[in-house]
Structure formats: structure tokens, C-alpha cells
Ligand binder design. Structure first.
Ligand code: ZN
Length: 277
């Protein structure tokens, strides 16, 4: 089942369930609804729980999509692919490397990544995003996916020069517009061996597979939940495959994630602009 946040015909932005080209408006975030599908792999039968009256349905266009998540926090994993750790000259971590991005860094599809004056080297990191559906605190690896609501495309935009200069990553990863997400959340998605692609101006920069994660998604959720409570709606970024590279003013960024079965999480499209002040 696909969920998004959309600007409706009346100009209001609301959560909606997407079905056959129509958006069915929801009163609350989809992960707050009773019977919300948490479980990651499978259980498409839950869609019946989301029936809404036809009067609240409207057609939509790609330009209507807003950021599909409203997390209390964005938890990120650094260096979760061997080839990416090596391209930056780092050793492979022996346990997950955690950092946070602030919710103020979020933008939706078709918005603009703003390059700050403070950095001369801003890079793309295409990542699988995991949206939490059920509160997770000290969950086991085996139980972890039952706390997942769904999956989406994310770019962990990073000021690489500031990341090296600062010694910690708050500024490098936390600037406004540095967390594009979308276009929608898919609740039924096989995250094993999904391809993660990043194109800039049509050129393929990153072409990785979730099969090459050092720590897989269940392990990451279990690990993070032992550090901090994951709330419904929270967003987990699972690390980027190799091929990170610079973003320049005027660039068109596309991130696309497709499962081994050919199910797509859609294409997250953003423009890159220089700061105006
Ligand atoms: Zn990253």
C-alpha cells in the first residue's frame, strides 16, 4: 500500500493513501491509524483498514507530492556499505555508526537542495529510508520488522568538507534541505537485494544493492532501539552505497529504489540550487 502527503485541490496538505491514480485523504498520519500495516515484508491485506469515503478522494499529479514523513527524529547509519567506507578511506565499522539529522532538514519531492555558502563540496548519498510504524525500544532482531511501517527513498545530503573539518557531523549533515524524502511510502516492499540508484543529470552515479549492507535493516532497528526509543513516524536512514559525488547548482538529482521483484519505491526528484543569502 502506498501512502503520501499531498497538496490537495483545496491547497491543504494531508496524508493520503494512493490507489489507481486517486488519493484518499486521511485525517491522521497513516502509522497512527488502528490496524496500520507494520511488518515490512507482506501483509497487503491491511489496506481494508484504510477505507475512506469516495468524497475525500481526488486525482493527483507528481507535483502535488510533499515530504511523506513527519518524524520526531531522523536516525542515520554511517558507512554501512564496505565499498562506500573504502571510497572515503575508512575502515569497515565493527558496529553500526549512528548519527542524527534534524527534522528541519527535510524536504519533499520536487523541492530544491540549497547549497550553503559554508561548504565547497556538497555530495549526494542515496539511501533506503525505513519509516517506523510501532514504538520500538530494545526490540530483538527477529521482532524488528514488525515495528516497520514502510519504506521510501532518501538522500542523505552531506557537506563533505565540513564533515571532515568539524570532527562530528551535525553541521555537515544537518543543514536545511539536506534530507529529501519521497515520493511516497510503500508498506509492502521486499528490502532484501533492492537496487539503490542515484542519477545526476541522467548520469548514473550510484548503483548499489541493499544486499551489500554490512548491518541489515532488522539488525539496525534492534541496535538503534537499544540506544533510543523509535517512535511511530521516525525515519531511519540505512547508509549509502559507493559512488557518492558532488552536487552543483542546476543539477537534477534522481533517486530510485527497486526491489528484486521489480517493485519500485518511485523516483525521488530534486533540483540543486545555490543559496541566495
Ligand atoms: Zn549517509
Amino acid at each position: 500500500v502506498r501512502f503520501a502527503r499531498l497538496r490537495g485541490p483545496d491547497g491543504a496538505t494531508t496524508f493520503a493513501r494512493l490507489e489507481r491514480g486517486m488519493a484518499f485523504r486521511l485525517e491522521v498520519a497513516p502509522w497512527m491509524l488502528p490496524g496500520a500495516p507494520a511488518g515490512g515484508l507482506g501483509d497487503s491485506g491491511a489496506s481494508g483498514s484504510f477505507s475512506t469515503s469516495p468524497a475525500t478522494a481526488h486525482p493527483y499529479r507528481e507535483s502535488d507530492f510533499a515530504c511523506p514523513v513527519r518524524p520526531s527524529k531522523i536516525v542515520c547509519i554511517g558507512r554501512n556499505y564496505v565499498a562506500h567506507a573504502k571510497e572515503l578511506g575508512h575502515d569497515v565499522p565493527v558496529e553500526p555508526l549512528l548519527f542524527l539529522k534534524p527534522p528541519s532538514s527535510l524536504i519533499g519531492p520536487s523541492e530544491s537542495i540549497v547549497l550553503p555558502l559554508a561548504s565547497a563540496r556538497v555530495e549526494h548519498e542515496a539511501e533506503l529510508g525505513v519509516v517506523i510504524g510501532r514504538r520500538a525500544r530494545n526490540v530483538s532482531r527477529e521482532d524488528a520488522l514488525s515495528h516497520v511501517f514502510g519504506y521510501t527513498c532518501v538522500c542523505d545530503v552531506t557537506a563533505r568538507d565540513l564533515q571532515k573539518k568539524d570532527g562530528q557531523w551535525t553541521r555537515a549533515k544537518g543543514m536545511d534541505t539536506f534530507c529529501p524524502v519521497g515520493p511516497f511510502i510503500e508498506t509492502d516492499f521486499d528490502l532484501r537485494s533492492a537496487s539503490i540508484r542515484c542519477r545526476v543529470n541522467g548520469e548514473v552515479r550510484q548503483d548499489g544493492s541493499t544486499a551489500n549492507m554490512i548491518f541489515d535493516v532488522p539488525m539496525l532497528i534492534a541496535y538503534v532501539s537499544g540506544v533510543m526509543t523509535l517512535e511511530p513516524g521516525d525515519l531511519l536512514l540505512t547508509g549509502t552505497p559507493e559512488g557518492v559525488g558532488p552536487l552543483l547548482p542546476g543539477d537534477k538529482l534522481e533517486i530510485e529504489i527497486v526491489s528484486a521483484q521489480g517493485e519500485s519505491l518511485g523516483i525521488l526528484r530534486e533540483r540543486v540550487v545555490a543559496t541566495t543569502g
